[in-house]
Design a protein around this ligand. Structure first.
Ligand code: FES
Length: 505
């Protein structure tokens, strides 16, 4: 028997077989399952407007009685049993591309740069003679149905057949994007000469079929993370039959080729004075270095910046409060909502702003406790809870501590930095004053340069550079040392200190 599922606010209607897992159906409609559908994160909440969905123990544990009564369910725990109308909390994901100009040596043919993120995939096709962008295609990373963050992918990969499944879905997805690019731009498949891919270490290993077991346990060091070169035929990509496929090498630990590409894009490795590069996400990657020496590290910041594990958190999509500001010197606040919609939650940048404003208004103590009550109302019905503030403290503490430790180990200070680069989607939207106020990025906001999707720009640089590119990549790798932050004897003290909210200097 078939049932009809209507999705609000996207307005889509689809057919589903009786008993089908809602997770599989919604995944096709870009809904993400941050904990891989294990009923732990609440990230997949949907509200039943009409019809009914079952309630199980996992939902009783994760959802309040009021939420259950109001129709909220965890989509990953439900099956289709009747016609149902659902309100989705996540939709309309924004995916960053990069159109920044860069210098290159013209070459014949077409190239495609691909950034495989944990959540999204972006492919950009270029005319290698002129550098003109011929097309861009974006999509969600289909591995997300197996878990939202890199560690859940690693866990899936080390289980039986897991790695193969994860590899298959990403090869299919990138292959489909390449096919769409060549057909829409009407380029001959044979003219595509090169495809350069970048991604974090887990994406690199999964794509290339490299064993992830070493990344599943301490000391979390990959065994083979070098440049991988493949033929299109070996990947089953007949839309680019003659292309050389290259996945750029990783830098060490969880610091992948997306960060190497970020360095290629910013030129951090060419400056005399040290610079800082920070990529903010579920995993924060940090680099400090100059033309002589580069240190890199990653830190598990948790999903707070992406709105997950926050009681009313959501991705930067319609309905999300993404900016919170104080009205003059008063206690009144204003909230900006994405998509000009009624607010349904808040995304990472909204959370950072809200806490920064609350600190200004002395509603939060330096240790993180709310002065009054256990929640802060923003705009009805959105509020932040004490637990949300704790989640933010863990995330920002991990990043701030990572920066402090790398600066210390490199032997420099924030005043001496030539550039401070902030990469990634979150880095693009976050208010730098608020980031400073909460102690996430303790720098003069004017010194912080958002660089957007520097991974994609670096992949484009790599496309054009050919052999020279390999030399430049090798040069960066030979100067780089991967640091384990937790091995630093002062890590614990610095981390605890960074979790607090001190007045910025
Ligand atoms: S609770 Fe459903 S994906 Fe995490």
């Amino acid at each position: 028997m078939q049932h009809r599922i209507t999705l609000n606010p996207v307005g889509a209607t689809l057919e589903a077989a009786h008993g089908a897992a809602l997770k599989d159906i919604l995944f096709e409609h870009s809904v993400e399952f941050p904990c891989g559908g294990q009923g732990r994160c609440r990230g997949c909440r949907v509200r039943t407007i009409s019809g009914n969905l079952e309630i199980n123990d996992a939902q009783r544990e994760r959802l309040t009685e009021a939420e259950l009564k109001d129709g909220w369910r965890l989509a990953c725990q439900c099956h289709v049993e009747q016609d149902t109308t659902l309100e989705l909390r996540q939709w309309d994901a924004a995916i960053l591309t990069n159109e920044t100009a860069f210098s290159f040596t013209p070459q014949d043919g077409i190239g495609v740069a691909v950034d495989i993120g944990t959540t999204t995939v972006v492919a950009q096709m270029l005319d290698m003679q002129t550098g003109a962008v011929l097309g861009v295609r974006t999509g969600l990373n289909p591995q997300a149905r197996f878990g939202g963050d890199v560690m859940s992918r690693v866990q899936t990969a080390v289980a039986e057949n897991g790695a193969q499944q994860l590899q298959e879905v990403i090869l299919r997805q990138v292959g489909a994007l390449l096919h769409q690019l060549t057909t829409s731009a009407r380029v001959a498949p044979e003219s595509v000469r090169r495809v350069s891919l970048v991604g974090n270490t887990v994406m690199h290993h999964l794509f290339c079929g490299i064993d992830l077991t070493p990344l599943s346990a301490y000391p979390f060091e990959p065994v083979n993370d070098g440049l991988q070169t493949m033929s299109a035929a070996s990947l089953g990509w007949d839309s680019v039959p003659d292309a050389v496929i290259e996945f750029l090498p990783c830098m060490g630990g969880f610091v992948g080729s997306d960060i190497l590409a970020g360095l290629l894009a910013t030129g951090l490795h060419r400056f005399e004075r040290p610079s800082l590069f920070v990529d903010l996400g579920t995993n924060g990657e940090i680099v400090v270095g100059n033309r002589d020496r580069i240190l890199c590290a990653s830190t598990a910041a948790g999903p707070a910046f992406e709105g997950a594990r926050i009681s009313m958190g959501m991705r930067a999509a319609s309905g999300a409060i993404w900016k919170v500001a104080r009205v003059g010197d008063s206690e009144e606040i204003t909230c900006e909502v994405l998509g000009n919609a009624e607010p349904t939650g808040l995304c990472g940048s909204g959370l950072v702003d809200a806490v920064a404003v609350a600190l200004e208004l002395k509603q939060i103590k330096p240790g993180g406790r709310l002065i009054k009550g256990d929640s802060l109302p923003l705009r009805d019905p959105v509020e932040i809870s004490q637990t949300d503030i704790r989640e933010l403290q863990l995330a920002k503490g991990a990043i701030a501590a990572g920066i402090k430790i790398l600066l210390k180990q490199w032997g420099t200070t924030s005043e001496d930095l030539e550039h401070i680069y902030l990469a990634g989607a979150f880095g693009n939207y976050i208010d730098r004053n608020s980031a400073r106020r909460i102690g996430l990025l303790e720098f003069d906001p004017d010194r912080v340069q958002p660089v957007g999707n520097s991974a994609l720009l670096g992949a484009k640089v790599a496309l054009f550079a050919g052999e020279k590119g390999s030399d430049e990549q090798q040069e960066i790798l030979s100067k780089s040392t991967h640091i384990s932050l937790t091995a630093d004897p002062e890590f614990q003290d610095i981390y605890v200190d960074c979790m607090g909210f001190h007045q910025p200097v």
